[in-house]
Design a protein around this ligand. Sequence first.
Ligand SMILES: [Zn+2]
Ligand SMILES: [Zn+2]
Length: 806
Amino acid sequence: MTSDDFSSARLSPRHDLEPSASATVSAGRGVGPTPVDLLRRLRARTAGDPVTHVERVPARAGVPAPWPPWAPPELREAFARRGVAAPWRHQAEAATLAYDGGHVVVATGTASGKSMAYQLPALATLLADPRATVLYLAPTKALAADQLRAVAGLELEGVRPACYDGDTPRAEREWIRRHSRFVLTNPDMLHHGILPGHAQWSGFLRRLAYVVIDECHTYRGVFGSHVAHVLRRLRRQCARFGATPVFVLASATSGDPATAAGRLTGLPVTAVTEDASPRGGVTFALWEPPLLPPDSGSSPPVPPQATGDHDDLHQVRRSALRETADLLADTVAEGVRTLAFVRSRKGAEVVAANARRALDDAVPGLGDRVAAYRGGYLREERRELERALLHGDLLGLASTNALELGVDLIGLDAVLICGYPGTRASLWQQAGRAGRSGQEALAVLVARDDPLDTYLVHHPEAIFGAPVEATVLDPANPYVLAPQLACAAVEAPLTPADLSLFGDGAKEAIDELVAAGALRQRPTGWYWRHRERPEVDLRGEGGAPVCVVESATGRLLGTVDGGSSHFLLHPGAVYLHQGVSYVVDDLDLADGCALVHVEEPDWSTHARDVTDLSVVSVRSYVDAGPVGMFLGEVDVTSQVVSYQRRRIATGEVIDTRPLDLPTRELRTVAVWFTLSPQSLASAGVQPADVPGALHAAEHAAIGLLPLMATCDRWDIGGLSTAVHPDTEAPTVFVYDGHPGGAGFAERAYGTASAWLRATRDAIAECGCEAGCPSCVQSPKCGNGNNPLSKPDAVRVLDVVLANLPA
Ligand SMILES: [Zn+2]
Ligand SMILES: [Zn+2]
């Protein structure tokens, strides 16, 4: 089946596109239905009601605050020249906390002006003290360049802001070290360049007043744990030179930003979270595509060859892509400027193509008003796109998040989000695209068939209430701590005083480095013994990285960490890199290299693995009668054994192909729970159904963990068994997919009852009968989603929740 098959037949009965629709189209700004009317019409066209919730996010007037009395007139005037009359309250509050010497994280919405919160105290200090310096860290060079423009644009005397990164010409570097008082860089440069070269930087570090960490929520997982230690190394060097800089962090809204920022910096951090910036009103609808009848002969038909291949797929939901295409066609027909966010580029093209077809069926020629946005457009082409949207020549655009980078779209009336983008921060960033100055806008989140999406459309409070998802990192990960201590020892011998700086596990890690011959203990401390510096990559996540090379040209496209390479780069895998699709020809593990060629097939690939797990040690546990909840170290042995090919447009499984890859060992952190067989029996779970019950609970629990921690379900693995040799009980394990752990399992343990409650509700509230991808089926199951028992999974989780303390 091609993606052509699902358009007109199904769309025509639903799409009562009045020919007059095209008249509204050209009417331009300010005309057209209100978001509430528009939503009413979209709902009316769909059989049943797919809308599970409508949230009216009211317009908010900004709350300005007076300039802090310590902000010098020169600085106020500089901001005034840029059109800033006064700060918003959260900016003034965070700025004053930092100016008074407190470490602070400002965690407010997109476009709430977080940068002023650090610019104010940092620049005021630079103006007051002609010797002081500021170090600014961004996760990407592009963001640092943006901030450089902003700071330079204030035209303040003697600040001399400058970017210092891999692109900075050698000739300029010395000038920057000597003369710039506001250096913008990234953690990688701090790690590879500035800290090892601290002698050359001593003048700058000695006078360091502020360290600014922008977009600090991106420092999560193993990468975040590395950055946490790079910052400790920075603090250590500053202390050697007598400086104790104040840390100011900016974060997207998240659960508990103070704790995350405290873990990242190792310092007590105060959070400012109340956003006082103005915003337009949004009508936000949560949309769940309907379940298709089990043997749907009608609209749209699932092809027979596909149903046969679906493992136990009794029921499927109408795909989020189809639903989004229909909604895009509907809104465009109403003359509403609409942007649809779709995860993959291919998906965006499918959405645009189907919306175009539906529109042309209704009003020939109307389809021309819809386009797909491909990443990598030239600057002029992007400007043309913006122009076409602004003038209404183009009304509908389907795009990946690539659009976030570089296209400045204004005047959109509606945003469709195809599938939860993974974090609340991204969701609001995408929804925030809707709404021209002061006008009401519509946003629609279309759920994919995934347990987390299902949960969210039935639990709007998880989206619109206080956020629970936290940025998680684990600086105590020994696989991060030991190499970071080695780097620190090269920069200056480690002393007992450093142990508390580097935190839990530092002494053990040092002992291991001594035993391995990397450090030598002397009366004055621990010394690095080798001539070369240790090679430590902040973004590498265990195992040597695998290089991705284009066969035809020999060009290196990028690297994939060793841990994920079997999943992502097996022969036949479709590999996406910066929006371009490649197919893997060969994975050479000995050489650490995968050969690929450009190809964009209309299927995606999904690797499956088989797993074995043994418990190494228990770190913490809760004894709750028939239920036990544990956190500890485990050894996981896994092997990627096959992969599925699936049609992008429909999710239809084409085939499953075997793979011949070696097994891998992983020492990591897991959370697990056990139940007594008696408690399961009294809950009505028959012994024969225990494996399916646990397996289903495990899948859904993995799917819901991103609700509690900013991780991807691909960062996490699981295993369930009716009797595990180490626990001697029915057990469900969920583990971090990174050597040494990344903090996800720990967060799951810490929020176990909330996490498993959400898991239970997601399963129970899914409308399917026997389990579907929206609840208990997993796209990465090594057992082909067999056995699975949906009702028994709810019983299992009820037993756990009834016994576990909240
Ligand atoms: Zn279901
Ligand atoms: Zn499974």
